[in-house]
Design a protein. Structure first.
Lengths: 264, 619
């Protein structure tokens, strides 16, 4: 089915789960076609009239969203088998890409599989924020008193730090990673990108050893299989391969230093 | 629920909330931080263009904090109290330095200095930026510092918790909040010696806006219903350049114009040629023609009206309601600085704005008005560039940015201060962070010493009363057997408010809108939920906020009808001039017997006397 065939209605199949530990099930909804519709608009339409194709009145689909302009990271889900933000994913795009949208072959919406489901498409990504605590993801300033500006930096350094600073903790990189799992302890590309980000800053680098200690642990950088799926799916095109390589090198140097100095 | 040590509750984890949290935690007072979303996903993340502050380059060309203040007051059409604006603009350079120390990746010059861009309402480059996603980077910078305090045990985050109501004791002091876990739906009281609302704007009242979905104004409207006053709620900013969409209007930053982007329409009405086929001389750069000094960087309300009217006259793209915003002529380096917004445009429309002019139209963007607050003035020693008389705010005074309810404060966009009739671009990030940093110590001092009684002495019966009130509201919605669809009511509210109370406001149309909102409030009584469960019920949360949006809408319309003048964003074709006597006044709106009650308060202009706001218009 292509966008041009779908002048009238199209179909969306949503994976539902009433709560943690409940069995998932699917429901299909029929929606009127309009050009340039994004997936969020479809979910809004379902919310205002939650009736399945079988005519059954059901509870509206629960999903996580906020900004709707692909900068808050909230509305990440798996659409047509691929992870992305449901605000910036267009129905037309999915129809063209997958040939879906018909009653027989609807567009599928599923929650990310690497995070615990809270309800329907809404998952719990607290672990991503907690990992930022573990790596001391901050610049340890002396306090908020007036002490002048920060260190100078070149535009070249800023380019890389800015690129890394656009990570919106959305989880795409983790969903696509073959090494990352719900049960395992691998931290994944998000953490490597952020570790590099803080290690690059002059004041941030004072905590570099603490961060690299975390990178040395089980689930750290050595567990990365270099599949590079992360960089493929990152909506903000973060230089994650570069981050993984740099953090790998920093961790190696850190280990060698530790070996010779005996310091942790 | 006994507690001895003072505590502070911060509601909202955007820039204002995070900045306040940092200041309070740093002072050694524990903070409970509530947010409907993980704070890193707050709406501040959407701010794009930058943050204003006087800087050395501008200073050596004649700029000063005083001029920044003057621009802000002129932009706001002199409706603001001047002392807070003085203080904010004079703190601005220090705020940039602090953010720089926190590691915010500000763009750099070749030498490695912080780079600057031009922004609306100024003839000086004084806007600091990180690409075209400055709000995101500033929010993350503060989020990181809060995470550090959290790791050290000074901050407790309550993410995915919704503020429901302030706890107000028998002395009339705010002593905490009632909140609901949006996952488990548990309703709980939380006590504190000071509570600050940092809950942002109310764009959802207008249906589609540039705001995030949590920006319902619900939290502010609940405080209003609990007795807090609104200040100037009729002042709503409509941003000139947004991408109209089915679900929302996406912001296209003023930085596109700050970096040299030009707004134009074909000179020939209804011209159907693709934009690249329209030669230069057949394009009408109407902002540059009408405002030679400021050009495309006139304040937002002016640009918005010009775009709106040119489309009304039939000059819009293809005769429709769109104009071109063109950055295709800019050098690659400049386009790179705008990457974050240009890629968003391409993702949502399929057109590459580096090649083809963007099609944009105005959309509701910011609430200048909000919760009414007070502050403590202090005479200052004038600094170079200042006028003779310098009046700022008294640092640490426990009354700074407190609402009329003692112990309940309002920081950031929800605070009605600073912007008056219109906010200048790149002053919002400044205002939010300034409130948190400058007034954070006021929360601490209030909580420690100024409050009448400690939160631990609030009688259990008072707490139970509020818990019962909120549980009853939930139960009533869950058990409603009505037939009205909340999403349908919301859509009609948004359509009506957008038609009646945005770019052009007439008495007749607004009176009609007020009638419509009254009807919608009646219909709401018959509202019906489609989800009646008690696990992660978003339907309940939305429907409850819908009532607050309806109440907020009335509080916008009543003072807008009564303000028979044009000032800043409030444009009345039936009263096209600014009328200082009697409208050089703050509109104060109180919730009395379920209805808005309007009164006025004088606004003194001790430093900058009001002048005509023309921006050098030629015709």
């Amino acid at each position: 089915m292509t966008a041009s065939d779908a002048k009238k209605n199209f179909y969306i199949k949503v994976k539902r789960q009433d709560g943690p530990g409940k069995n998932p099930y699917y429901q299909t909804f029929e929606l009127p076609y309009k050009p340039n519709l994004n997936i969020i608009s479809c979910l809004q339409a379902i919310a205002s009239n939650p009736v399945t194709i079988d005519g059954k009145h059901v509870a509206p689909v629960v999903w996580d969203c906020n900004c709707l302009e692909e900068v808050c990271g909230a509305c990440t889900m798996v659409m047509g088998g691929k992870v992305g933000q449901s605000c910036s994913t267009l129905v037309d795009e999915l129809m063209e890409r997958d040939g879906t949208g018909s009653k027989a072959n609807p567009i599928t919406l599923e929650p990310m599989s690497k995070f615990p489901v809270i309800r329907d498409l809404f998952v719990d990504r607290a672990s991503m924020f907690n990992n930022l605590k573990d790596i001391k993801g901050w610049v340890p300033i002396d306090g908020t008193h007036h002490l002048g500006g920060g260190p100078k930096e070149t535009q070249e350094e800023q380019d890389l730090r800015y690129a890394l600073s656009r990570c919106m903790t959305c989880g795409c990189c983790l969903e696509a990673c073959p090494q990352f799992s719900l049960e395992g302890n691998f931290v994944g590309a998000q953490v490597f990108g952020q570790t590099l980000y803080f290690n690059m800053h002059e004041t941030g680098a004072t905590l570099k050893d603490d961060r690299l200690n975390v990178m040395q642990e089980a689930g750290g950088i050595s567990d990365c299989g270099n599949a590079q799926n992360c960089v493929e799916v990152c909506p903000k095109e973060l230089p994650l391969v570069e981050a993984i390589a740099k953090i790998g090198r920093q961790t190696t140097v850190h280990s060698v230093k530790q070996f010779f100095t005996g310091k942790k | 629920m006994s507690q001895q040590q003072p505590r502070v509750i911060v509601v909202g984890g955007g820039l204002a909330g995070l900045a306040a949290t940092i200041k309070v935690a740093e002072a050694g007072v524990p903070v409970d931080l509530f947010s409907m979303v993980p704070v890193k996903r707050s709406h501040s993340v959407c701010a794009q263009g930058g943050i204003n502050a006087c800087n050395e380059v501008a200073r050596q060309q004649g700029y000063s904090e005083w001029i920044h203040m003057d621009e802000t007051l002129y932009g706001g059409d002199f409706l603001q109290h001047q002392a807070p604006v003085y203080e904010m603009t004079h703190w601005a350079p220090k705020i940039i330095d602090l953010l720089d120390r926190m590691g915010v990746p500000f763009n750099r010059t070749a030498e490695g200095q912080r780079d600057l861009r031009l922004f609306g309402g100024s003839l000086f480059k004084r806007t600091h930026f990180t690409g075209a996603s400055t709000g995101q980077q500033l929010l993350y910078g503060l989020d990181e510092q809060v995470r550090r305090h959290e790791a050290e045990g000074k901050v407790n985050k309550y993410e995915f918790w919704e503020f429901l109501w302030p706890i107000i004791d028998d002395n009339g002091e705010c002593k905490g909040i009632i909140a609901q876990d949006m996952r488990t739906m548990e309703i709980k009281p939380f006590l504190a010696d000071a509570v600050v609302m940092c809950t942002g704007g109310n764009g959802m009242v207008f249906g589609k806006s540039t705001m995030s979905v949590i920006c319902t104004g619900g939290a502010a409207a609940r405080c209003y219903q609990a007795g807090a006053w609104f200040g100037n709620p009729e002042f709503i900013q409509v941003h000139p350049t947004a991408i109209p969409g089915e679900d929302k209007c996406r912001l296209m930053s003023e930085s596109a114009r700050g970096e040299g982007g030009r707004v134009w329409v074909p000179r020939k009405k209804g011209d159907t040629r693709p934009p690249l086929e329209i030669p230069e001389e057949e394009r009408m750069y109407f902002l540059e023609e009408k405002y030679p000094a400021y050009g495309n960087l006139v304040p937002r309300d002016i640009a918005t009206r010009e775009i709106f009217f040119i489309c009304e006259e039939g000059y819009g793209v293809g005769g429709g309601r769109m104009v071109y915003l063109d950055v295709s002529h800019l050098p690659q380096g400049t386009k790179d600085k705008l990457k974050a917004i240009l890629e968003i445009y391409e993702k949502f429309t399929g057109d590459d704005p580096t090649e083809v002019p963007m099609k944009i139209f105005p959309a509701v963007h910011y609430s200048m008005g909000g919760l009414y607050t007070i502050f403590s003035e202090e005479e200052k020693e004038p600094v170079p560039g200042d006028g003779e008389k310098a009046i700022g705010m008294k640092y640490g005074d426990p009354s700074n940015m407190m609402t009329n309810i003692p112990g309940l404060f309002a920081f950031g966009e929800v605070n009605y201060q600073y912007h008056g009739g219109t906010r200048l671009g790149a002053n919002a990030l400044l205002n939010c962070i300034f409130d948190g940093l400058f007034c954070g110590p006021s929360l601490v001092n209030y909580a420690k010493t100024a409050r009448k009684t400690p939160a631990s002495e609030v009688p259990q019966a008072v707490i139970d009363k509020y818990v019962a009130q909120e549980k009853a509201k939930c139960d009533a919605l869950i058990n409603s057997k009505g037939s009205a669809n909340p999403y349908d009511i919301w859509r009609r509210l948004g359509d009506e408010m957008t038609a009646a109370a945005t770019v052009v406001r007439t008495e007749e149309r607004m009176v009609q809108a007020l009638e419509t909102v009254k009807k919608l409030r009646e219909e709401y009584k018959d509202v019906c939920l489609s989800d009646t469960g008690m696990w992660t019920n978003q339907n309940l949360s939305f429907t409850r906020a819908l009532n607050d949006m309806l109440i907020y809408a009335e509080a916008i319309l009543v003072p807008a009808i009564a303000r028979k003048e044009s000032r800043g964003s409030h444009y009345r074709p039936d009263f096209p001039e600014r009328v200082d006597d009697p409208f050089q006044k703050t509109s104060i709106v109180k919730f009395v017997d379920g209805q808005p009650e309007l009164s006025y308060e004088d606004v003194a202009t001790p430093m900058v006397p009001p002048r005509a706001r023309t921006y050098g218009k030629t015709s």
